[in-house]
Design a protein around this ligand. Structure first.
Ligand code: GLU
Length: 280
């Protein structure tokens, strides 16, 4: 990525209340944007309508502001890359799907599997797409006739055996082998919902994001997204993956289901954000 002015993003999914783990990652994103004299964009990733709730969207602005966050563009502020609600960016996602289809990068899939159901959300631990066995993969890559969009999922055909590498800002050189570490992944669900991998790539590219800061649990997704950037002819941003936060009580990774450490609960308990951030 050439030396464009820094543009980072916070990309929460309103599937629950934000917790301290999100705040930790987002704080790094904010600090990096500030240190670079750049901008931070808030994009609400609400495409998974079955799991996202408007009440959680409303809560996240409040919780982030209470914690001390600020952003320069977002659903509440507007900006040159509006809309900032991912669910309103469907035409861009569809155009990218068509471009992938026309370029012979994807194929229709009729398999009905749990990973397809989960594909609209980012694959956090326990949700990682298993290696697709290739049931519907055509023998040769190539152009597939325009779809009757209903009734099929679309999968990205990964180049088997290719090692994909990038230099992570926090972790250094990272690499994974397509077809071994991850397989053909879902880009569009048969119910018309774009998959996280496609939506996040299209939106980060369209919003001119120069660095993606997010949790280490999404490292494997980054390799898939690098393949999407290449297929779409878009320049990939830099990536900076942050360590995950564990619940001090259980040692387990914090998740939205751990209500006790939600920003909402902490606030209700009278916690002081400056105290929570001490040492970050
Ligand atoms: N909406 C995704 C999540 O909350 C964001 C993932 C990303 O930063 O790419 O997990």
């Amino acid at each position: 990525m050439p030396d464009l002015p820094y543009r980072g993003r916070l990309a929460p999914s309103p599937t629950g209340y934000l917790h301290l783990g999100h705040a930790r990652t987002f704080w790094t994103a904010r600090q990096r944007a500030l240190a670079a004299g750049g901008q931070l964009i808030l994009r609400v990733e609400d495409i998974d309508t079955a799991r996202c709730k408007p009440a959680f969207t409303a809560a996240l602005y409040e919780d982030l502001r209470w914690f001390g966050f600020a952003w320069e563009e977002g659903p509440d502020l507007g900006g040159p890359c509006a809309p900032y609600l991912q669910s309103e960016r469907r035409s861009l996602h569809l155009a990218a799907l068509e471009r992938l289809r026309a370029g012979g990068f994807i194929y229709p899939c009729r398999c009905s599997r749990r990973d397809v159901v989960l594909a609209a959300g980012a694959p956090h631990p326990g949700e990682e797409e298993p290696l697709y066995p290739g049931t519907c993969r055509p023998a040769q890559p190539g152009l597939v006739a325009p779809p009757d969009m209903s009734g099929v999922h679309w999968r990205f055909r990964v180049p088997p055996g290719e090692r994909i590498s990038f230099i992570d800002g926090a972790l250094g050189e990272q690499s994974a082998v397509a077809g071994v570490d991850f397989g053909d992944f879902v880009v569009w669900r048969r119910d018309g919902v774009p998959a996280y991998q496609l939506a996040v790539t299209v939106d980060d590219a369209a919003m001119g994001i120069t660095e993606v800061v997010r949790g280490e649990d999404l490292l494997l997704s980054t390799f898939r997204q690098l393949l999407l950037y290449r297929a779409l002819g878009a320049e990939a941003p830099r990536f900076y993956h942050t360590p995950l936060v564990n619940d001090p009580a259980t040692g387990m990774r914090l998740a939205k289901r751990h209500a006790a450490l939600s920003l909402r609960q902490l606030r209700e308990n009278g916690a002081d954000p400056a105290e929570l951030r001490r040492g970050w």
